[in-house]
Each structure stands twice: as C-alpha cells, then as structure tokens.
Write a protein of this length. Structure first.
Length: 191
C-alpha cells in the first residue's frame, strides 16, 4: 500500500488524499502528535473524509496536555459521536445542563486501562482532554459538517483562547484527577 499524500487544509488540520484506502499507522499517529506539539492550540485534526459534505466525518484528533476543548453538545441536528484512543490517555466527562460535571461519567480512556473508547449520545454536554503527551484518538460522527451548527458550545464554559479557558480547564482537570486517583497535571496555567 502506498502512503497517501497529506495536505494541509487549514491552520489546524490536514487531510489524507487517498483514492481507495489509507492505513492509520504509527507513522501517521506520530506525525499528528508532532503537529499537535507545535500547534498553539496544542491539538490538530487529520481528516479522512473528502470534505464537509461527507455524510460520515472521520478523523484523528491529536491532543497535548493543556489543550482546551470547550464543553459542547451536538444538538441541532442531534448527532452521536464515537471516540477510540489510538495512543496515550484521554479524559472524557459529561455535564448536566447547569454546568455541573456528571461525575458518574468521568472516564479514563486508554490501552493501559483497557477502556479503548466511548460512544456519546446526541445532546450530551461533554468535553475531552489529554492526560498524557501525544494522545491521539480516532473520532467519527455524522456529517455533513457545518461550522454554524456542528457544536452547541456550553454557555457556562469560557471560550477557547481566553485566559479564563486555561483556568477553567485546570480546575476541571484537577477535580477529574483527584476523583480518578491520578497524578497531578503536568502543565501550568499561563501567567
């Protein structure tokens, strides 16, 4: 099998240009982990679908500790989402409508825990974050993708790119780690 060409489609994403099939191998996973290390957002996407209109959105999502994925849900239209950890360790948590974490659904996903992924129903407030460097997941959800309605961002969580977002993530991650008996986080809140 030939290696598919990788093209940059945005400042935060690449795509495989394959005609029939592309392997999701260690080289690709490590390439995306490296892209996430160099990204100011501390994460990167690699799309396998051909474009936004594709009825099934399939991608790698590479995350580094300290990358903030704002709590969101897929409301209109309602969409399920599946995540599978390929490398590293991922935290998943859901929230009640008032923004309080649903501690009963704090999941640690990773091969060392023998919990390889999760499936999320539509309309569930949720967020993810990397617990260790170079965490890479495979993500799938229904398309088509539209930036205007893909995610319904939680009004009680700060927007990405703000100082408040880093403080919020640190608070949530610290509580998650205490509840799951994990070591303290490795990253510092920017001053």
């Amino acid at each position: 099998m030939e290696r598919a060409e990788i093209v940059r489609i945005s400042p935060v994403a690449t795509r495989s240009c394959h005609e029939t099939v592309v392997a999701i191998d260690l080289d690709l996973v490590e390439h995306k982990a490296g892209d996430a290390r160099r990204s100011t957002r501390r994460r990167e996407i690699h799309a396998f679908h051909e474009g936004d209109a594709d009825p099934l959105q399939r991608m790698l999502n590479a995350l580094q500790p300290g990358s903030y994925v704002r709590p969101h849900r897929h409301l209109d239209p309602p969409r399920s989402e599946s995540l599978v950890v390929l490398q590293g360790t991922l935290a998943y948590l859901s929230f009640h409508d008032d923004g309080t974490p649903g501690a009963e659904s704090f999941l640690v996903l990773g091969q060392e825990r023998s919990v390889y992924g999760c499936d999320i129903r539509p309309r569930v407030w949720h967020m993810i974050f990397a617990l260790v460097p170079d965490t890479v997941i495979f993500e799938a959800k229904p398309g088509p993708y539209s930036p205007t309605n893909d995610k319904d961002f939680a009004p009680w969580a700060p927007p990405e790119g703000t100082a408040a977002a880093a403080v919020y993530l640190a608070r949530i991650e610290d509580a998650f780690r205490r509840l799951r008996g994990l070591p303290p986080r490795s990253w510092q809140v920017p001053a």
